[in-house]
Design a protein around this ligand. Structure first.
Ligand code: AP5
Length: 202
């Protein structure tokens, strides 16, 4: 049911600030001597998609035909675990920055279905949330990314609700804990501290 190292999956709707919280978590963990190996699931998918000439950037992955996304998802999960096994011993923690639910052109699609969980075997699934209005304003301020297809405040609200439920459904398979963490405006450090404290108690 578990890898020798602990596995924490961090989820949240696009623009909620997962990657920002994880970057702060990395600094706090280093200060406290907690060994982390941090990976972005989308980057693994993008790496393969770029090699195959399927997309030009990460925001195009969710527009691919679903069977292609499925293949990229399957391969990413396998590669993440192989890499983590080479880097982490029993005392390490694998942090996976990903999504519990992806808004695709064919409908909501699970980021953590059974075949992904069979690879990752998560100890914890952390759900990062914020007020939908704040998320949309972060999306708009972040000019490096395209997130307009998520659908504004109402689209974000719906996705966040469904993504929280999808996280809980995924947690059932490997008896993972669920932690919902609020990433309030201007308070990334508080969210990262909360996540680190939860990780230390695993
Ligand atoms: P992915 O790689 O996960 O996207 P990402 O780069 O992590 O970015 P997100 O769009 O999720 O944003 P974020 O929440 O990390 O926000 P950020 O920290 O940047 O996904 C790429 C694609 O890969 C997906 O679309 C999907 O197609 C695919 N994919 C991934 N996992 C998959 C899976 N399991 N199965 C299938 N497909 C999968 O922050 C945004 C902005 O907000 C920044 O400007 C930041 O400065 C600001 N900000 C953050 N926190 C705060 C705060 N507290 N106060 C003020 N500003 C803040």
């Amino acid at each position: 049911m578990r890898h020798p190292f602990r596995v924490v999956i961090v989820t949240g709707v696009p623009g909620v600030g997962k990657t920002t919280v994880i970057n702060t978590l990395s600094r706090l963990a280093e200060e406290e001597g907690v060994k982390l190996h941090i990976v972005n699931f989308g980057s693994y998918m993008l790496d393969t998609a770029l090699k195959l000439g399927l997309v030009e950037d990460r925001d195009k992955i969710r527009t691919l035909p679903l069977r292609q996304q499925l293949e990229l998802q399957r391969e990413a999960a396998k590669r993440i675990v192989v890499d983590a096994g080479q880097r982490l011993g029993r005392d390490g923690v694998l942090i996976v920055d990903t999504h519990a639910l992806v808004k695709t052109r064919a409908g909501y699609w699970p980021g953590l279905p059974r075949h992904v969980l069979d690879e990752l075997k998560p100890d914890m699934i952390a759900v990062i949330e914020a007020r939908p209005e704040e998320i949309v304003s972060r999306q708009e301020r972040d000019e490096t990314r395209y997130r307009a297809d998520i659908g504004g405040v109402e689209g974000v609200r719906q996705l966040m609700l469904n993504a929280r439920n999808a996280s809980i459904a995924s947690a059932v398979h490997y008896a993972s804990t669920i932690a919902v963490i609020e990433n309030r405006e201007g308070e990334v450090e508080t969210a990262a501290r909360e996540l680190l404290n939860l990780i230390k108690n695993l």
